[in-house]
Design a protein around this ligand. Structure first.
Ligand code: SF4
Length: 343
């Protein structure tokens, strides 16, 4: 019989598993602390658990997680971390430097089925869903096995894959991240980024995990979004924005719309006016990201002048809009450039 991987279980499921072994609830919390606070890699290390319980766990359970295979550093300090999974597939995470902290950008799938035309990951096609332990395992490894780990303060699910197309595993991973006995992250520090799966945005709103939501918009109208992002043919802009309007962002937090600027495609001042009209009355901010070119890309990056003009229009309409510097593009670590390629 296959052993159950404890890293794939939500806090509630770990409690149920421990109860099934006839042990008290607080033992589950102890086990999680060993895993997520002290980074234990074997049950033998968990010395606050009885020898008998450790023996049971060794017979019935495992603690498998992704292994760091390689780390590359870009000229701007961004680090691309290649992970090897148990079945030999590779995925990537990115560590992005900020002024006083680092942000970990995690993958949720190996490959991706969404087919966004501006994204290098799409060339892989879909390989498979990541398990909850493979999603959180990237963060645990980054926290405990890289020098930057102690200063990782934000997490974004924006690496390879569409997190809401791996809904159950993504939500379990977030529950592990935000539980006190799990990784203990504030839900304010965790962001899920989606290409626009409207029904799953609504579902996420009904689930009580209260994480930040970022939406990859990238076009001012359906015609262009249909071309750039096939998901738009299923959930056009009106359907997507209706789901966004209903998403219960807690407190004064804002939704984030990501907009990748591609020369001559979606970057004119008139396009910015359209975007401003689309997002009217949404409590949101915009991240403007200059397209990161990759081998064989069909698009080119917008010029600095075009980016500035686009931003000016949004600012005139009173949107918080930030131009995001392209990070790590020299090692294909930037937005939409991840392929899990060991090179
Ligand atoms: S941008 Fe995101 S959703 Fe679109 S193909 Fe790339 S990884 Fe998938």
């Amino acid at each position: 019989m296959d052993k159950i991987n404890i890293r794939d279980l939500s806090p509630g499921e770990i409690e149920a598993f421990i109860a099934h072994l006839g042990k008290e609830k607080y033992r589950a919390r102890q086990l999680m602390k060993w895993l997520y606070h002290f980074n234990a890699s074997s049950f033998g290390e968990m010395t606050t658990l009885s020898r008998e319980l450790r023996g049971h766990l060794e017979e019935t359970a495992s603690l498998d997680g992704p292994e760091i295979a390689k780390i590359r550093t870009a000229a701007d300090g961004t680090k691309k971390v290649l992970f090897r999974l148990r079945d030999g597939l590779h995925i990537e995470s990115v560590l992005i430097p900020g002024r006083n902290h680092w942000t970990a950008c995690l993958s949720s799938q190996a490959g991706c089925a969404m087919g966004c035309r501006f994204c290098f990951t799409r060339s892989l096609g879909f390989q498979r869903q990541l398990t909850p332990g493979e999603i959180t395992g990237q963060l645990t490894a980054l926290k405990f096995r890289t020098p930057e780990g102690p200063n990782v303060k934000n997490v974004v699910l924006m690496g390879m894959g569409e997190p809401l197309a791996n809904y159950e595993h993504t939500v379990t991973a977030v529950r592990i991240m935000t539980d006190d006995a799990g990784m203990g992250w504030s839900n304010r520090k965790v962001t899920i980024s989606t290409c626009g799966l409207a029904p799953q945005i609504r579902r996420l709103g009904r689930d009580d995990i209260c994480v930040n939501l970022a939406i990859s918009l990238n076009a001012p109208d359906n015609e262009r979004r249909d071309y750039l992002m096939p998901v738009n043919r299923r959930y056009p802009i009106e359907t997507l924005l209706a789901a966004c309007r209903d998403y219960p962002m807690p407190g004064r937090r804002m939704l984030t719309f990501e907009y990748i600027l591609m020369a001559g495609v979606n970057d004119s001042p008139a396009d910015a006016e359209k975007v401003a009209r689309l997002l009217k009355n949404l409590h949101c901010k915009l991240n403007l990201i200059v397209f990161n070119e990759f081998p064989g890309a069909e698009f080119r990056a917008s010029s600095p002048e075009a980016v500035a003009a686009f931003q000016q229009v949004l600012l005139r309409h009173h949107y918080t809009s930030i131009i995001r510097a392209s990070r790590g593009s020299d090692i294909l670590a930037a937005c939409g450039q991840l392929t899990g390629n060991a090179a």
